[in-house]
Design a protein around this ligand. Structure first.
Ligand SMILES: C[S@@+](CC[C@H](N)C(=O)[O-])C[C@H]1O[C@@H](n2cnc3c(N)ncnc32)[C@H](O)[C@@H]1O
Length: 257
């Protein structure tokens, strides 16, 4: 397992006084804002009990800049090989735990920056009694770039990414042409990225972003059967918003004909 540090965007450097995250003082634009560390007593217990087991400890904080970085040794971390599922922004863990249960051979890696969300997910992993989910407290864009090798991901999940609805915040949206280009390098040929959003204009932007990478083809707009209803989706449905699902598959060499 790597024990070196890395150079990255440090979310803790975002100006917390900028309550809406619109004008961070940091040089990078990230898709999240720093949130309070307040946790329930259960979340605190889950974090202290299960964090050491399921949150990947790299020996350094992935949120602290450093000049060295290398891909994770996933075989060592999971204790075995197997298909790799990566979820970005696990929230309270409903989807990654469901994926781990439904696909026991897979190794499921979840990125999240919010402690309370990580803690809730740990509680769900423990309740599900599964051992194929690991979590990383890190900006997933940096994580994909630095910690994961090219062509290493079989399935990438991005469910309800923060919508950043105001036009001046659109640059914060995770799913951009730059992210699509990154995803195309990290997915293995034949791998799939599954996306859901409840914002119509983000759905349009997602379609446009994937159109910039001809190696992705839109395989489905049906709801992915393995995606449970999370509290974010329930809130969107209660507000009368429409859910948009996408599955884009990365072409293989054979697809060239
Ligand atoms: C709207 S929530 C959706 C959570 C979950 N996917 C669901 O469907 O319920 C978005 C989550 O993504 C996380 N997030 C945003 N940008 C991220 C990034 N660059 N890396 C890791 N997590 C991120 C946020 O902290 C938040 O928990």
């Amino acid at each position: 397992m790597p024990t070196t540090s890395v150079s990255t965007t440090d979310p803790s450097e975002i100006d917390a006084s900028s309550s809406d995250g619109a004008s961070p003082t940091h040089r990078h634009v990230v898709s999240f804002v720093r949130r309070g560390a307040r946790m329930t007593s259960s979340q605190q217990r889950w974090l202290s009990t299960w964090g050491p087991r399921w949150i990947i400890d790299m020996g350094w904080s992935p949120l602290t800049p450093s000049p060295e970085a290398r891909p994770l040794d996933l075989d060592a971390i999971f204790g075995r090989g197997g298909p790799l599922v990566v979820e970005i922004g696990i929230g309270h863990g409903e989807s990654i735990v469901a994926r781990g249960r439904a696909w026991p051979q897979a190794r499921c890696l979840g990125f999240e920056v919010f402690d309370a969300a990580l803690a809730s997910t740990l509680g769900k992993i423990a309740a599900a009694q599964i051992d194929n989910v690991r979590l990383l407290k890190a900006d997933a864009v940096w994580g994909l770039t630095t910690l994961l090798a090219p062509a290493s991901i079989d399935e990438l999940l991005v469910f309800f990414p923060d919508p950043w609805p105001k036009k001046r915040h659109h640059k914060r949206r995770l799913l951009s042409p730059a992210f699509v280009a990154l995803a195309a390098t990290r997915l293995r040929p034949g791998g799939v990225i599954r996306v859901a959003t409840d914002w119509d204009d983000y759905a349009r932007a997602i379609t446009e972003a994937f159109a910039t990478e001809p190696r992705f083809h839109l395989e489905s707009t049906d709801r992915f059967a393995g995606r449970p209803v999370t509290k974010f989706e329930a809130r969107a449905l209660a507000a009368g918003r429409t859910i948009h699902d996408f599955a884009f598959r990365l072409q293989t060499e054979d697809d060239h004909g």
